[in-house]
Design a protein around this ligand. Sequence first.
Ligand code: F6P
Length: 363
Amino acid sequence: MKIGVLTGGGDAPGLNAAIRAIVKDACRHHGDEVLGIKYGWAGLINEKASEEDRVIPLTLKDVSGILIKGGTIIGASRTNPLERRGGMKALKRNFEKFGLDALIAIGGEDTLGVAYKAFLRYGLPVVGVPKTIDNDLWETDSTIGFNTACHIATEYIDRLHSTAESHNRVEVVEVMGRHTGWIAIRSGMAGGADAILIPEFPLTIDTVCEIIQQRIAEGKKFSIIVVSEGYKLDGKLVVQSGGKDAFGHEELGGVSAPLSAILEEKLNKKIRRKDDKIEVKPEKLGRVQRGGIPNTYDRVLATRLGLRAVDLVHNHQFGRMAAIKGYDIVDVELKSAVGAADEERRVRTVPKALFETATRLFG
Ligand code: F6P
């Protein structure tokens, strides 16, 4: 068979491990040819670009040594064929032009949403592999990159702990996650955050102040607050000025700065001496959460998911996604993974029980 592979959306640690597993298994055990589609869906639909900018044959030699590398050797982009005129038709046309028998799309809700539409509309033989540091896909307990991102965020929180303690400061650590608080809740719990602000169950600023004041009353003059980029301040998301991406998402990021300013103002309202001032410092982690080497969990997860994707292709089980449930690798309908059956279920959010567990350790 000739199998296309693409990585769409934001990059995430573990993508190369998945590509390697797919190529090794497909070439070595099935005698397949694997064609890397460059820069996500762009490689399939950008017909004006040269062929070498769009596709790259992937052999055993090409994937040697990439297991531990961050990023993706075939590039990623947020190109959305659904938003371009004739984009889906171009996708189908080029799928045929490149002689593909199947396509493995590695991505999050956006990339896999397009894969599902291509399967639904044209019956294209597509399977999915779940990837996103946000961990907001349905039907899988984890997505490639999430575990490493949490690890990076936790290390960052750990490092801020010691400096916060030395200076009696409040550190407000902003992590990614888009409209869900998975990274915040996981890294916040692991890093012993005194409060965690997530979009799903937003604590009020007054509650955060109370937690900090209570700690001060107990003699702990520093605090660590973790906030997810999707936490709304005064009911509003904090967005960058860059406008929306091709999937209609606003670029989030920056909530830690205004949040810190508000906290600092409220906390210092009643102080009498300048020396008693409580300093609140914002720390935005940004894309460092997506960078660098994948950790053990993500390398193994990506490898197992990639292998299941090859199985799905060879069993002609298209329109499905490899997933992890508990410790088992399973496969599920792409349709339910991307929440296509129900707009309300578009992204998988942090469950109440997990948030409540975390709150028991606040302060
Ligand atoms: O979806 C992954 C993610 O890192 C989000 O957490 C974040 O909001 C977004 O991508 C940033 O995307 P980009 O790097 O394309 O601006």
